[in-house]
Design a protein around this ligand. Structure first.
Ligand code: GAL
Length: 712
């Protein structure tokens, strides 16, 4: 008997169990504790949809679960989606795949979780591929005959009339489905993240600049290149090693190659003394040359990849072997983390590599499930390893799924379209994921500097020179601008770190797409003002702005509460920006804007348009060459913008361990007031005795732009 009975599991969260799903799922695998105390403090909301409008029925061997849609509703999420942000009207085939070149829904990190701009969300927790028809399917009973038009004669003909429901194909064995209430879209995502344990708080050094060196580099080459960063006065915290550090790779051994790295411990140590952490590239497939091969063989799947074993890490024995090897050979000598590559798989003709869906694993999982879960397995195993040492890690992963918000990992891709890379920052924010628009190579200095500007305002500021050997100074004509933005990122570190602390505690992502901060009505209102302006423009000058298509504003985003980033790509010198209501300032231009409308801004190569809200207080530090070690006294500057009073919070802890979970952390309240004579006063309150390294606090009031000392 199929029951469509939803039970409330937390404030604003309801659950439906279809059949009796067996085996692991993203949520059960991650084993996280929901942040119930925080959820309880969120608004009490009624179920967002009428239960009798949610239908569950058998459909062949699967089940179909359907939810009502209103005609203009927009749907976001479904994981990292590089090709579009609003998924309304699309069928999403949510399979892990490293080549999301077509807009099918397949991606490095598919998450069967969609969020409506009407303030609710639906997540299917399963290890199987889910197909979501997000308003792309029309049942006979819903088809309104009067909407069917004749293509021969009607220019307004559309392929599909507007569908009035979402249909989700639920796997044959069943699944657990969650419905999240709002009232706002931000609340929906926060509830999802909180149920999955909250957001991740990276170590502070993880938010510095990252550089990955070319393959086959030796220890000396790495040390020399690291030195170059200091000589060029370009901050850098993490050096990533690419293939070549393993004794064999493709498939890998996880053991150091002796001729290039004769003494890995001293190498890691030497870099540490110079303020660099080491991150190691690896992939899942175990080489016959690996010391673990024989032990892992019986614990692996029926199929190999690149000739290497694909171990079944859902088995504790297999996970224990992997962990022991990594702990002894990497973590104990000071390695800071991993880049978990190629756990996603590809079927491209020239480069097909992945076990098939029919592969079988000793635990009983099949290839489909293992592929959907592999990225999560590696994230969890490695994160646990560092946690057991009371050290935080931060790294990269190329596959993920649901329930990943606590994981200290950032997604990346071999694709390289800059606009898609910006969209990735927006789309990942709906699903508890982080994404880096990594820089690799560039067509010219303009492309280079635009990409560098974007990446400096992203969850991980990284140059991945594995194949091209580029350096931040590769285009000397723009080196000054590149240095400026890497330094600006360092300066903003206390602000960024606080945004991540909010993610950890309240589930609100540090990088947020625009629907997090503007309702559909506010967006429509702002767009309507643009239309009026354009009308004027049309009458007076040219018709360039005449025809507009609907914009999704998937090329701009918020960083924390105060900053709005609107990157430009090669070939652009101006763009439209959707500005939320209020007064805003160009962070570096000082220009004043009234929001609640769409503005047009120009920015030469030396600038990325970033806006700061009036009344904001940005906590900033100096542009040091790297993040100082825990406990190092650090001067802090509190920069207040505009003429309005304002408040902000600042988070601080040791930046490296999990001691904050035992209360060793501080939240400071910052407040700026203005008296009748226009004098500003800043107040800093909070439990100052708790492990804060911030000293020498200085205030700057009523700023309209950020002044940096460095020459460009
Ligand atoms: C790719 C990865 C690149 C680089 C390369 C090394 O799979 O996406 O960033 O690590 O492997 O072979």
């Amino acid at each position: 008997m199929l029951t469509n009975h939803w039970e409330q599991t937390a404030t604003g969260i309801w659950r439906l169990t279809i059949r009796e799903p067996e085996g692991i799922t993203p949520l059960t695998w991650m084993g996280v504790t929901p942040k119930d105390e925080v959820l309880q403090q969120m608004p009490q909301v009624e179920p967002p949809l009428a239960w009798d409008r949610i239908q569950l029925e058998e459909a062949g061997r699967n089940f179909m679960l359907s939810f009502p849609l209103n005609p203009t509703e927009k749907l976001y999420g479904t994981g990292l989606q590089l090709l579009r942000m609003n998924q309304r009207g699309r069928t999403r085939y949510l399979r892990v795949n490293s080549d999301p070149k077509q807009d099918t829904g397949e991606t490095h990190a598919p998450v069967p979780f969609y969020v409506s701009d009407q303030g609710y969300g639906v997540w299917v927790d399963t290890s199987r591929i889910v197909t979501m028809h997000l308003g792309s399917s029309l049942k006979q009973e819903d088809t309104r005959l009067e909407e069917i038009r004749d293509r021969n004669t009607d220019k307004g003909w559309k392929a599909t009339p507007v569908a009035s429901r979402v249909e989700i194909q639920i796997p044959a064995e069943g699944a657990v489905v969650y419905l999240f209430g709002g009232p706002t879209l931000s609340d929906v995502v926060a509830r999802y993240n909180l149920m999955c344990g909250g957001g991740v708080l990276p170590p502070k050094w993880g938010l510095g600049f990252w550089h990955r060196v070319p393959t086959l580099y030796s220890d000396q080459q790495v040390l020399d290149e690291a030195e170059q960063f200091r000589l060029h006065d370009i901050p850098c915290d993490v050096i990533g090693l690419e293939p070549g550090w393993h004794s064999h790779s493709y498939p890998v051994t996880y053991e150091w190659e002796k001729s290039r790295f004769p003494d890995p411990a001293s190498f890691v140590d030497e870099l540490a003394h110079k303020g660099f952490r080491v991150n190691l590239w690896e992939h899942p497939y175990v080489s016959p040359q690996s010391e673990m091969y024989a032990d892992l063989q019986p614990l692996s799947g029926t199929h190999t990849v690149w000739g290497g074993l694909a171990p079944d890490y859902s088995l504790p024995e297999a996970a224990a072997l992997y962990k022991k090897q990594h702990e002894e050979q990497h973590i104990q000598i000071g390695v800071s983390g991993y880049k978990l590559d190629e756990c996603d798989g590809s079927e491209l003709t020239n480069n097909s590599w992945m076990f098939p869906a029919h592969a079988m694993f000793p635990s009983g999982l099949d290839g489909e499930q293992m592929r959907q879960m592999y990225g999560l397995m590696f994230q969890k195993m490695t994160a646990d390893l560092f946690r057991s040492q009371n050290r935080r890690t931060y790294g990269l992963v190329r596959a993920s799924n649901g329930a990943a918000s606590t994981m200290p990992y950032v997604l990346y891709s071999d694709l390289y379209d800059h606009k898609q890379f910006i969209r990735g920052i927006c789309s990942s924010s709906f699903s508890g994921l982080l994404w880096t628009p990594e820089v690799r190579r560039a067509r010219n200095a303009e492309d280079w500097v635009r990409r560098m500007q974007t990446v400096c305002f992203s969850p991980m500021a990284m140059l991945n020179a594995w194949g091209d050997g580029t350096k931040p100074w590769s285009f000397p004509e723009v080196e000054g601008t590149v240095r400026h933005y890497i330094k600006l990122r360092m300066k903003l570190l206390p602000y960024l770190y606080t945004a991540f602390a909010v993610y950890r505690e309240q589930g609100i992502p540090p990088f947020r797409a625009m629907p997090f901060v503007m309702t559909p009505a506010e967006i429509a209102g702002a767009e309507a003002k643009l239309a009026a302006n354009e009308q004027q423009h049309l009458n007076t000058t040219d018709g360039a702005y005449g025809k507009k298509k609907a914009r999704e504003w998937d090329d701009q985003y918020m960083v924390g509460d105060a900053l709005l980033v609107a990157p430009l790509v090669e070939g652009e010198t101006e763009r439209e920006v959707l500005l939320p209501a209020g007064i805003w300032y160009g962070l570096e231009t000082g220009e004043r804007y009234t929001g609640g409308c769409v503005i047009r801004v120009q920015a030469g190569l030396e600038h990325i348009p970033v806006f700061v809200k009036s009344g904001s207080i940005l906590p900033m530090m100096s542009a040091l060459s790297h993040v100082p070690a825990a406990g190092t006294p650090t001067a802090i500057e509190l920069v207040h913008f505009g003429t309005e009073p304002g408040t902000a919070r600042l988070y601080e802890d040791d930046g490296e361990t999990f001691d904050y979970e035992q209360g060793k952390c501080s939240w400071f309240n910052l407040a700026v007031t203005v008296d009748q004579d226009g004098n500003y006063t800043g107040a800093w309150t909070g439990d100052n005795d708790q492990s804060s390294s911030y000293v020498g606090v200085t205030w700057r009031f009523a700023q309209t732009r950020l002044l940096m000392n460095e020459q460009r």
